[in-house]
Design a protein around this ligand. Structure first.
Ligand code: SF4
Length: 448
């Protein structure tokens, strides 16, 4: 732990620790894309997965390079290069009306995996889950393009909000056995594709790394319940989310989250809040309004979208996206390495189901006037691409307003497609939202 003192050693240690998470995530992201490019050039057998239910622990046991097409697509949107891929995919025959992640990816495959961060290897195996309906059809496209086998992990979901089975229930026992059998199938398919035997001790090691990551990820998210918030759940959170997926079940990923938590705990203890980059310098954000975020980000104007809020002193302290798009790692579930397959199945059942629940139903630790994050308001962001994550948002917003009067804002745009983003319209609505928040604060202040 860094000592907080003003000695030269203390200052040097503080300079080293503050900002370390941001520097490391940038380095690891570059390394990630560089490794995938090498895998493509050397014809390595890669696995394609989706963030929700990515089964990294099994795939890493077979040393397979892992491709997350959603992450490649969002990187292209953030870098402003997605539109030409979308148009190419529409010219090929895909509707403007479907998930734009998928369409960005299709055009990339039509270009032999070439994209602005260089190249993605072809799939030798595809692993999908039932967490999103698009996943199935997307996996079938790769099957047609590359003849790659598909393994689908079907995770029993909740039938209605907060009615899930729990360990010990009769239903949980059946659901658990169903997931165990599918994990065994996945292992057989990996053996078949790679020609390697499953090494259970190596699998245990990957579970250990995953455990450490989950442990610190959960603690990190809770740090923002304190004031000041030490990271923006929208902007900084995206970098952490990238690490939580791409480096899941690896030694580097476990170390990254251990050290990130160390940095953030240090900053929280010393009152050093979240930073933003302005005119080439890192400046601490004004934190007048603590906001929750529900939905998926607006990647085509990623920084600009955040500025609609930060310019008024709003900071996103918690986000549903950090939970469901980290494949359930935010739950902090830790696998029992003495009972690896059974425990892995239990973890997959609980965590993948939680991601589905987080998309479809309300999230009590955010969408409540009693939220532990002490929120001043909640922003809902629905996107054209993703009906899975967007279709219930208007009702959730209405329900929350009815239940407790927490101010809310609903914006709509897209996750990838800049043609569906109306910047001026969104900014006007965000401005009106803050005018409402300010007058509410004044009213509450006068009441006191
Ligand atoms: S529809 Fe939504 S959840 Fe499904 S792949 Fe597209 S963006 Fe992801």
């Amino acid at each position: 732990m860094v000592e907080s003192n003003s000695s030269p050693q203390g200052v040097a240690a503080e300079n080293e620790i503050i900002g370390r998470g941001a520097r490391e995530s940038a380095r690891l992201t570059r390394k990630w894309f560089s490794n995938l490019t090498d895998a493509a050039r050397h014809g390595q057998k890669a696995a394609y997965v989706f963030v929700m239910g990515n089964m990294n622990e099994v795939l890493r046991t077979f040393d397979m390079p892992i491709v997350f097409p959603e992450i490649t697509a969002l990187q292209m949107a953030v870098r402003g290069t997605a539109e030409e891929y979308l148009k190419e995919s529409e010219d090929y025959g895909y509707s403007p009306d479907i998930c734009e992640y998928l369409k960005t990816d299709i055009a990339m495959h039509l270009r032999q995996g070439k994209h602005p961060m260089r190249q993605i290897p072809k799939p030798s195996l595809v692993v999908t889950t039932n967490a999103c309906n698009t996943y199935f059809k997307w996996a079938e496209v790769w099957e047609r393009f590359h003849e790659s086998p598909i393994v689908t992990i079907d995770v029993p979901n909740e039938r209605a909000a907060h009615t899930e089975s729990t360990p010990g229930d009769k239903n949980f026992k059946f659901e658990h056995a169903y997931v165990v059998s599918q994990i065994k199938e996945l292992i057989c398919e990996c053996e078949h594709v790679t020609g390697k035997k499953f090494d259970i001790d190596k699998f245990r090691q990957h579970l250990k790394f995953a455990n450490e990551m989950s442990h610190y990820w959960k603690k990190l998210l809770m740090l923002n319940a304190r004031k000041p918030a030490v990271f923006s759940a929208l902007t900084d959170g995206l970098a952490y989310l990238g690490m939580a997926n791409t480096y899941r079940a690896t030694e580097e990923g476990a170390k990254y989250f251990r050290e990130l938590y160390e940095e953030m705990e240090y900053r929280s203890d010393n009152g050093i809040g979240a930073f933003s980059r302005k005119d080439g310098k890192d400046v601490q954000l004004d934190q007048r309004f603590r906001l929750g975020f529900i939905g998926v980000p607006c990647y085509p104007i990623f920084r600009g979208f955040n500025e609609f809020f930060s310019d008024w002193g709003g900071i996103f302290v918690s986000s549903s996206y950090l939970k469901f798009a980290s494949g359930g790692t935010a739950l902090g579930f830790e696998f029992d390495i003495n009972n690896p397959i059974e425990s892995y199945a239990e973890g997959i059942l609980l965590t993948v189901r939680a991601t589905q629940t987080g998309i479809l139903f309300d999230i009590p630790d955010i969408e409540s006037p009693e939220s532990i994050f002490g929120l001043d308001g909640i922003v809902y962001h629905g996107v054209k691409s993703c009906r899975t994550a967007s279709s219930g948002l208007a009702d959730r917003r209405f329900h929350l307003s009815e239940a407790g009067g927490l101010p809310t804002l609903l914006l709509e745009s897209d996750i990838v497609d800049p043609r569906a983003v109306s910047k001026a319209q969104m900014k006007n609505r965000a401005d009106a939202f803050f005018e409402g928040l300010i007058s509410r604060q004044q009213r509450l202040g006068a009441g006191r």
